[in-house]
Design a protein. Structure first.
Length: 304
């Protein structure tokens, strides 16, 4: 393929990258994108491993003698090389995923966030979704899900603080190409968030389907006994854990407008379910029960 054809295809590359800390709603967002026909691998965790060396090559002080025209990096060939790489990665996804018009990558964690500006350069029409959540509920969710890991509490605290801090440092480099969505908002304002998301991605016709997912679905739940709309719970941390959390995460909690509340962590009181959203949630629950009863009735009739 000629460089001209590579350039033409490169200008059309438009993947969606879902970023954020683990347990902050990235899996729910993946499900929402799937409803919009945007598909990807369950989790990528590829970019910061594969593309890391490009950050070195972009640094003009890294092996400057290799910038001579006789070497591969000479004559501004690095820019062309990056376009070849981006096109190849795009084709890789298209060859290994169901037929699609657009693909996505969900890779949580600070390292994936850190490489987002590089991905924005490689994929000129890429868009980014950053999922975030109250640090207390994020840590508690990780502790419940990975309870066999004796270090999980401290790992989650450090991971949450680093991910949130890193995103604040790099998001200005993605100006006009990112959206931030709080996990709590998926519960309190599902229709509003769905509309904002689908408009951002240029697919408003999927707004209703995405809102229905937000209302009815819990994915990889650390609290399987809770309903989809239940997001508040107390934590049973001891004094040492609370002190560690506040020392590690206190600055980011303040930066993101979260209060340190161990009794009822979540969103601010004014962000609780509105009457309309509560009514919609209750209606959806009843609808699921009715559909199940209808299915059960049809199954019994077929057996007669």
């Amino acid at each position: 393929m000629s460089l001209e054809k590579i350039e033409a295809r490169w200008r059309t590359l438009d993947p969606v990258f879902v970023r954020g800390m683990q347990r902050s709603g990235t899996s729910v967002m993946e499900g929402a994108l799937q409803r919009m026909g945007i598909r990807g691998f369950a989790e990528g965790h590829l970019w910061f491993e594969l593309l890391g060396p490009l950050t070195q090559l972009r640094d003009p002080t890294y092996r400057p003698n290799y910038r001579a025209d006789i070497y591969a990096l000479g004559e501004n060939r690095l820019s062309a090389l990056e376009k070849y790489i981006a096109v190849a990665l795009d084709q890789f996804h298209r060859d290994h995923l169901p037929p699609l018009k657009r693909w996505m990558d969900k890779s949580p964690g600070a390292d994936a966030v850190r490489f987002s500006p590089l991905l924005a350069d490689l994929f000129p029409k890429a868009q980014f979704i950053f999922m975030y959540r109250n640090g207390i509920t994020t840590v508690q969710s990780g502790v419940k899900l990975w309870k066999d890991d004796p270090n999980i509490f401290h790992t989650m605290c450090r991971g949450w603080a680093e991910t949130m801090f890193t995103w604040r440092q790099i998001r200005d480099k993605l100006h006009g190409r990112y959206i931030e969505i709080a996990q709590e908002e998926l519960v309190t304002h599902p229709h509003e968030v769905a509309a904002r998301l689908t408009n951002f991605l240029g697919a408003p016709r999927y707004s209703r389907a995405v809102a229905e997912l937000f209302i009815s679905k819990r994915i990889l739940s650390a609290f399987p006994d809770k309903a989809p709309g239940d997001y508040r719970y107390r934590v049973d941390w001891d004094d040492e854990q609370k002190a560690y959390f506040e020392a590690t995460c206190g600055a980011e909690m303040a930066a993101w407008g979260y209060e340190i509340d161990y009794e009822s962590p979540g969103v601010a009181r004014e962000g609780d379910l509105t009457r309309q959203e509560a009514h919609t949630l209750e209606r959806e629950k009843k609808s699921r029960v009715i559909r199940f009863l209808n299915w059960l009735g049809n199954l019994r009739r077929r057996k007669r």
